[in-house]
Design a protein around this ligand. Structure first.
Ligand SMILES: [Zn+2]
Length: 747
C-alpha cells in the first residue's frame, strides 16, 4: 500500500528511458480491482452478501430486496458516505465497537481507502469469467435445469433449491388462506414455513427465499393478483401485467399487442372481444375496482375451469415429469451434434461426455462454448419443437446466452451494452416465473451492473480474470530458483529485459532484417493455451500488427490454375475500379499453410478443417456467406512509389449452398438471433471465390445435420413433419469481436 501511495504522489522519476534521454516522471495508480467476488469483498471490507446492507458494492439495494430486477430502482452507493463509515470504523476504540459498526452498516475499513483517488463503489469490477461463465451459465444448466443422464427429460418445474416442506393439513391451509386475505403481514408470517410455502405453490407464486420473501410475494398477489399463466406467460404479458399493476392508464395498456390483451382478459374471465382500446379499458376498469377478494375468486375460478378442461381431454400428451430438464434425450442429441461439429482450434470444446458421471469439472471457457455453441445447436432442433414450457425455457436460455455473448465482445458500444441489459432483465423476469423454487443470487444482481463497468472501463477483455490468470501463469513460468530474498529483483530484471527486448524487436531495422525470428518468437508466445485462447492470441500480437495479416509461406512457387487466376483477376479488378492493372498480374504465387488475420489464424481445409470454415463477404455476393478455405497464397501486388511490389495474401474459397426460399422458411435457427445461426445445404458450390484478408469476417462452427427432423403447424393446427430438400449443415458464426457477421447472417 505504501508503494502505491508513493507511486501516485510524488511518483517515480526515471533518470533516462529509451524515448526520454533526459528522464521523465512516471505515476502509477490502481484503478480497477479484478478478482472473484469473495476475495473482493474481503479486500474492500464488506460483510457477507447475506448482510442486509452489504448485498452489492455498486448500489444500495438491501439484501431483502434481492429479487428486485428493475434497474431503475437501484441507487448508486455514495462514495463519501462509505468513506465516512469506514473512518469511524478505523477510529473506533474497541473491537466490540468496530464489530457493532460492521454489523449495523456492513462496512469495514479497508487499506485500499488510503488511496484518495480510489472509489470503492465503482472500481471493484464484477469479473465476467466468474460472474457469467462460472456463475450464471453454470447455475442455469446445473441448478435451474438439472442434468441427469439416467432420466427422461423433465421440465424442471418442481426443482427446488432445498427440500420442500410437507403440505400441512387442510385446516391449517384454510387458516392460512384466511390470514392471507384478511390478516396482517405479521400474522401471516407466523403461519410458518409449510403453510407459506404451499400458499405460494397453490397460487403459482415464487416459493424460494426466506419466509419474509414468501409473505412479500403473497402480499403483492393480494394487492394485485397476477393470474397464473403457466406456460402461456410471455415477456410481453409480464410487462403488460406489471404496467397494469402500477395503475397505468388504458391508453398505455393499449400499446401492447392485441393477443397479449386478449390473453389478459381471458385469464380474468373478462370478455376478450373488441378492439385493443376496448380490451385495455376493460382491464384498467377491472384493475381499479380494487376488490382483491373479487379478483381472487374470479381468477381461482378461471384456474379451476382450466384444470377441468385438462381432465376432459384424453388425447393430451403425457405430461413430462417436473425434475431435471437435461435428461437422456437431450444429452444424446448433444453428443450426436458434438461428434459432428467442426470447431476452430481457438475454441475450447466441452467434453463429449458432459452430463455423464465420468467427466470432470468444466473450465470457464468450456461453459461458455457449451452454452453459446453446443446447446443452442442441439436444443433449438429438439426443445424448439416441444411443448410450450420447453420452448419458453429455450427462449429464456437464449436470452441469457445472447446477453453473455454481447457482454464478452472485444469491441462494444452503447447499442450493444443497452441490448445486453434489456436481454438480461428479460431473462431474469422470465426465469423467476419459470423456476419458482430458486432464489435470485447475488451473482444475478451483480450481472445487472456489468453495463455500468462496460461504460466505465470499455470491453471486458482488459478487465476480466482470464487476462490476469494468464499473467499469473507468466509469473509462475519465470525461473526464480527458489531464492526468496531475490525474487523481487529477479522479477524486475526479467521484466525489464523482456520489455527492452520487445522494444528492440519493434524497431523498423530489426523488423526488416529479423522477420523470421520475430515470427518464430510470436509463435512461441502462443504455447500458452490456458484461459481464453483467443484472448491469449490477440494479446500476444503486437498492437500495430493486429490488423495486418501474418502468413506462413511454403517456399516453392506454383502456377495458379486458370479458374483461380480468373477469380483472382475478378477480385483485383473489382478493387481497382479505375482501370485494370497493366501489365497483367503474375500467374505465379507462393502457397501458404496458415495466416493470421486480425489476430485469428486461418488455414486451408487440408491443414485443418475447423480452421478453414469462414464467414466472408465478396463484391459479387449479397450479405455474408459461409464457406471453406481451399487454398491460400501470396501474390505479388502492385508496386507503389518506386518500391518493390509487396506480396499480398489471397484466399481461395468455396461457398456453402444457401437454402432455397421454401426451405429457408422452415429453418428454426434464425429466429434465435446471433446465438441461433442458420442452416445451409451440405454442398459446396463449384464456383471459386478469391478473397482478400479484409473479406474474411470470422470462423464458424459447422455441424452436419444428418437426420434433421423439422416440424410445422398445418392448416388444422396439428404438428406435421417437414423434410428439407437436401441434407443440411448448421452454421454458427463465431464473431467475438463485434457480432457484425452473425447479426447480418441472421437476417
Ligand atoms: Zn447493486
Amino acid at each position: 500500500m505504501y508503494d502505491l501511495l508513493e507511486f501516485w504522489d510524488p511518483g517515480v522519476h526515471y533518470n533516462q528511458t529509451a524515448l526520454c534521454p533526459s528522464g521523465r516522471l512516471s505515476r502509477a495508480a490502481l484503478v480497477p480491482l479484478v478478482a472473484d467476488i469473495q476475495a473482493v469483498r474481503q479486500l474492500i471490507g464488506y460483510g457477507p452478501p447475506t448482510h442486509n446492507h452489504a448485498l452489492c458494492h455498486v448500489c444500495s439495494l438491501p439484501q431483502h430486496d434481492i429479487e428486485e430486477i428493475d434497474f431503475s430502482l437501484f441507487t448508486p452507493r455514495d462514495e463519501q458516505a462509505h468513506r465516512d463509515i469506514a473512518m469511524v470504523y478505523r477510529n473506533a476504540e474497541s473491537t466490540a465497537e468496530r464489530e457493532n459498526i460492521a454489523k449495523r452498516t456492513g462496512i469495514r475499513w479497508s487499506e485500499l481507502l488510503r488511496l484518495e483517488y480510489w472509489n470503492p463503489c465503482a472500481y471493484v469490477v464484477v469479473d465476467t469469467m466468474h460472474n457469467l461463465y462460472l456463475g450464471l451459465l453454470q447455475r442455469h444448466v446445473r441448478v435451474y435445469w438439472g442434468v441427469n443422464e439416467d432420466a427422461e427429460d423433465g421440465d424442471a418445474s418442481e426443482l427446488d433449491a432445498s427440500a420442500p416442506p410437507e403440505r400441512p393439513d387442510e385446516e391449517s391451509m384454510a387458516k392460512g388462506v384466511d390470514l392471507l386475505l384478511y390478516g396482517s403481514n405479521s400474522d401471516l408470517l407466523h403461519a410458518g414455513r409449510p403453510v407459506l410455502y404451499h400458499l405460494c405453490v397453490d397460487r403459482g407464486l415464487r416459493r424460494a427465499g426466506y419466509n419474509r420473501q414468501l409473505v412479500e410475494n403473497l402480499d403483492k398477489w393480494v394487492d394485485f393478483p397476477v393470474p397464473e399463466y403457466g406456460d402461456y406467460m410471455t415477456p410481453e404479458i409480464w410487462e403488460a401485467e406489471k404496467s397494469l399493476g402500477k395503475g397505468n392508464k388504458d391508453t398505455t395498456i393499449a400499446q401492447y399487442h392485441k393477443k397479449t390483451l386478449v390473453a389478459m382478459c381471458a385469464v380474468r374471465d373478462l370478455n376478450s372481444g373488441g378492439t385493443k382500446k376496448e380490451l385495455a379499458a376493460r382491464l384498467t376498469t377491472y384493475a381499479s375496482s380494487g376488490n382483491a377478494e373479487l379478483a381472487t375468486v374470479k381468477i381461482t375460478s378461471t384456474l379451476c375451469a382450466e384444470e377441468d378442461d385438462e381432465d376432459d381431454e384424453d388425447d393430451e400428451e403425457p405430461r413430462r415429469h417436473g425434475k431435471e430438464a437435461v435428461g437422456h434425450d437431450t444429452l444424446t442429441a448433444y453428443m450426436e451434434d458434438h461428434s459432428r461439429m467442426e470447431l476452430p482450434s481457438w475454441v475450447n470444446a466441452p467434453p463429449v461426455g458432459f452430463g455423464t458421471k465420468k467427466h470432470g469439472k468444466l473450465s470457464a471457457d468450456q461453459w461458455r462454448t457449451l452454452c453459446s455453441i453446443n446447446f443452442p445447436v442441439s436444443l433449438i432442433r429438439t426443445w424448439g419443437f416441444q411443448e410450450e414450457r420447453r420452448v419458453a425455457m429455450l427462449r429464456n436460455f437464449i436470452d441469457l446466452v445472447e446477453a453473455v455473448e454481447l457482454v464478452g465482445l472485444l469491441e462494444t458500444d452503447e447499442e450493444r451494452i443497452a441490448r445486453a441489459e434489456v436481454l438480461l432483465e428479460r431473462y431474469l423476469i422470465i426465469a423467476k416465473e419459470l423456476y419458482k423454487g430458486h432464489k435470485i443470487q447475488p451473482n444475478h444482481h451483480l450481472a445487472m451492473h456489468l453495463g455500468f463497468f462496460l461504460r466505465l472501463f470499455g470491453p471486458v477483455h482488459s478487465w476480466r480474470a482470464f487476462v490476469f490468470e494468464r499473467f499469473n501463469y507468466f509469473l509462475q513460468s519465470l525461473d526464480t530458483n527458489m531464492k526468496l530474498g531475490e525474487i523481487e529483483l529477479t522479477f524486475m530484471m526479467r521484466s525489464c529485459r523482456e520489455a527492452n527486448f520487445r522494444h528492440l524487436l519493434r524497431s523498423p531495422v530489426v523488423r526488416r532484417h529479423m522477420k523470421p525470428f520475430s515470427e518464430a518468437l510470436r509463435a512461441l508466445d502462443k504455447e500458452d493455451r490456458r484461459g481464453m485462447r483467443l484472448d491469449a492470441i490477440l494479446r500476444s500480437a503486437d498492437a500495430d500488427s493486429s490488423t495486418e495479416e501474418v502468413a506462413r509461406k511454403v517456399s516453392r512457387t506454383i502456377l495458379l490454375d486458370p479458374a483461380v487466376y480468373s477469380a483472382l483477376l475478378h477480385r483485383i479488378n473489382t478493387e481497382e475500379t479505375v482501370s485494370p492493372r497493366n501489365p497483367a498480374p503474375s500467374r505465379t504465387a507462393t502457397p501458404c499453410s496458415s495466416a493470421s488475420i486480425s489476430g485469428v489464424f486461418y488455414k486451408p481445409r487440408t491443414r485443418s478443417t475447423g480452421d478453414s470454415n469462414i464467414m466472408f463477404r465478396h463484391p459479387s455476393l449479397q450479405g455474408p456467406s459461409a464457406g471453406r478455405i481451399e487454398k491460400m497464397f501470396m501474390h505479388a501486388g502492385k508496386s507503389s512509389g518506386g518500391q518493390d511490389p509487396r506480396d499480398e495474401l489471397y484466399l481461395v474459397v468455396k461457398r456453402l449452398e444457401e437454402l432455397d426460399e421454401e426451405d429457408a422458411a422452415y429453418d428454426p435457427y434464425p429466429q434465435y438471433g446471433i446465438v441461433g445461426g442458420r442452416l445451409c445445404y451440405d454442398n459446396y458450390s463449384k464456383e471459386i471465390f478469391v478473397l482478400q484478408p479484409k473479406d474474411v469476417l470470422c470462423h464458424f462452427a459447422k455441424t452436419t445435420m444428418d437426420h434433421l427432423v423439422l416440424w410445422r403447424s398445418n392448416a388444422e393446427g396439428l404438428k406435421e413433419e417437414v423434410r428439407l430438400k437436401k441434407p443440411c449443415v448448421h452454421v454458427r458464426p463465431l464473431d467475438r469481436v463485434s457480432t457484425q457477421a452473425s447479426a447480418m447472417a441472421g437476417c
